[in-house]
Design a protein around this ligand. Structure first.
Ligand code: GRF
Length: 198
């Protein structure tokens, strides 16, 4: 049974989609949040999933927090670490530790619009397509080998919220699909490219 640890900071709807996908051969071993009051943490606990709140404000430096986070994660010996709305910039030492076995979902068609406010920026740029990206995590923020993307149309009357609502539907489909492919050993990293076997 492959062990998955999911990191969240808030609502946790992507985490919920992955849990509800009930991927065979995999178990969500724990959900960890850097925000103790993250709504997703309560949801996970109600499902009987072990949860840990690790408040980043209690740590003197980013490095100290990442060391504590790594210790918490490694307590579950995960095969895969899944970032699902985990709003922290990670230290290179931390990302190195999980190279090739840590995924993130980002609400844009990377490499366009890394960072925050992606929907607003896509609207301001006049994009006709927007979407989301699941990628392996590297030291560079919102970069790393792209496992999958899903696109949605941008409509004339879209606001950042209406666009986000259209994109998140795709996120909830895409992320469990790629986590399942990882669990089944169907993802092969080749430089910045990822080959996904059927
Ligand atoms: C999602 O849009 C995700 O792509 C981004 O942050 C948001 C998290 O939403 N990284 P949720 O916590 O999964 O509901």
């Amino acid at each position: 049974m492959k062990q998955i640890v999911i990191l969240i900071s808030g609502r946790g709807s992507n985490m919920q989609a992955i849990v509800e996908a009930k991927i065979s051969g995999a178990q969500v071993a724990a959900v960890i949040s850097n925000r103790p009051n993250a709504a997703g943490l309560a949801w996970a606990a109600a499902q009987g999933i072990p949860t840990i709140a690790l408040d980043h404000k209690q740590y003197a430096s980013r490095e100290d927090f990442d060391v504590a986070l790594q210790a918490a994660i490694d307590g579950f010996s995960p095969d895969l670490v899944v970032l699902a709305g985990f709003m922290r910039i990670l230290t290179p030492a931390f990302t190195r530790q999980y190279e090739g076995r840590m995924l993130n979902i980002h609400p844009s068609l990377l490499p366009a619009f890394p960072g925050l406010q992606t929907h607003q920026r896509a609207l301001e740029a006049g994009c006709k397509l927007a979407g989301c990206t699941v990628h392996f995590v590297t030291a560079e923020l919102d970069h790393g080998p792209i496992a999958a993307q899903a696109a949605v149309p941008v409509l004339d009357d879209d606001t950042p919220d209406s666009l986000a609502a259209r994109v998140i539907v795709e996120e909830h489909l895409l992320y469990p699909t790629i986590v399942r492919a990882f669990v089944e050993g169907r993802l092969q990293i080749d430089g910045l490219r990822v080959h996904v076997q059927d």
